[in-house]
Design a protein around this ligand. Structure first.
Ligand code: TRP
Length: 321
């Protein structure tokens, strides 16, 4: 009995020694999937997306550790943080926003990257095409029809002639959406006043300038404006101008209404793609997925404040908040 104990102890020590020389120590986290996540900035939409990812992975029984970085809207942070997160050798990378995913892709062409809610991944140069990405990036796009959004504005404001567009000149997603907005506006006989900002610092002044010249303001899926909604609505409320944003969270944050996507569901769909990539699907052959359930979101309190009556046919299918 005693001899057996000695042999067993010696063997386990030998084994431990062997492990230490060749492989890292066995910890429970070894069986977990390591995710490296980079988010551009904090705003409710992105926070919802990240939550959707984590909840869904947990629901599907994936044990994950998260190496999470938030760049606080700063380009140089994106560079240093993307380098850091990649050097941690995660199994998979997740980019929340276009600029964050671009920063990750600049660091690695090897580790698979799943993008979470990227509006125009082809135009941003993240994938060759949505049906065949070709590189190490695939994921979920939150792209929705801009024409439908402008049509909704016209239905609610029948006298609508001039629309202001607030967006960031530094976000590929927004620049492309504005190109689409120009096309749709021309088709619908709407005149545009573009209010491009370089950073959050010009949001107030740009909103003030635009608000004095337009009947209403359209905000595309833009991170800079999404994180400055309180600044925007402070100006627009004082001038009684309605803001029509492209995301549910921006409606809640003071917009009047918008045609958009449930942000949490973007995270859920992204998690499902993460799982298929972990199971061995190659991003290069995995088509980008679109969200197919856009809905109308309405801020009823804002409608009251602005004295705007929402037509019943729109109200009946809308999500009110
Ligand atoms: N689509 C944005 C991008 O490509 C990120 C994003 C997702 C977003 N949901 C949003 C931005 C809601 C503003 C509001 O970077």
């Amino acid at each position: 009995m005693k001899l057996f104990k000695v042999i067993a102890t010696t063997m386990s020590l030998l084994l431990l020694g062997a492990c230490q020389n060749t492989t890292p120590p066995q910890t429970t986290s070894q069986n977990r999937v390591k995710l490296g996540v980079l988010q551009l900035v904090e705003h409710p939409a992105l926070d919802d997306i990240y939550k959707g990812i984590k909840d869904e992975l947990q629901k599907q029984g994936i044990q994950a550790t998260y190496d999470f970085y938030n760049a606080q809207g700063d380009q140089s942070n994106l560079m240093t943080m993307s380098e850091k997160v990649v050097s941690g050798k995660p199994d998979i990378l997740v980019g929340i926003t276009t600029p964050a995913t671009l920063a990750l892709r600049n660091q690695t062409t090897q580790i698979p990257i799943v993008m979470a809610g990227i509006t125009y991944p082809v135009d941003a140069g993240l994938v060759d095409s949505e049906s065949k990405p070709n590189g190490n990036v695939t994921g979920v796009s939150d792209r929705i029809s801009i024409k439908k959004q402008l049509e909704l504005m016209k239905q609610v404001l029948p006298n609508l002639k001039v629309v202001g567009v607030l967006y960031s000149l530094n976000e590929d997603n927004s620049v492309k959406q504005v190109e689409e907005t120009k096309i749709a506006a021309q088709e619908l006989g709407i005149e545009l006043k573009l209010g491009g900002v370089v950073s959050q610092n010009d949001v107030q002044l740009t909103t003030e300038t635009i608000a004095g010249q337009v009947d209403a303001i359209f905000v595309p899926i833009d991170n800079t404006i999404a994180s400055a909604m309180s600044i925007v609505t402070q100006v627009t409320d004082s001038k009684q101008i309605a803001v029509f944003p492209s995301a549910s969270t921006m409606v809640k944050d003071g917009g009047l209404m918008g045609y958009g996507i449930d942000q949490y569901e973007i995270g859920v769909k992204t998690a499902k793609m993460i799982i298929s990539v972990l199971k061995g699907e190659k991003p290069e052959n995995t088509p980008v997925q679109l969200m197919d359930d856009a809905k109308v979101y309405i801020n009823l309190e804002k409608a009251k404040q602005l004295n705007i009556t929402i037509p019943d046919n729109i109200l009946k299918d809308a999500i009110t908040q």
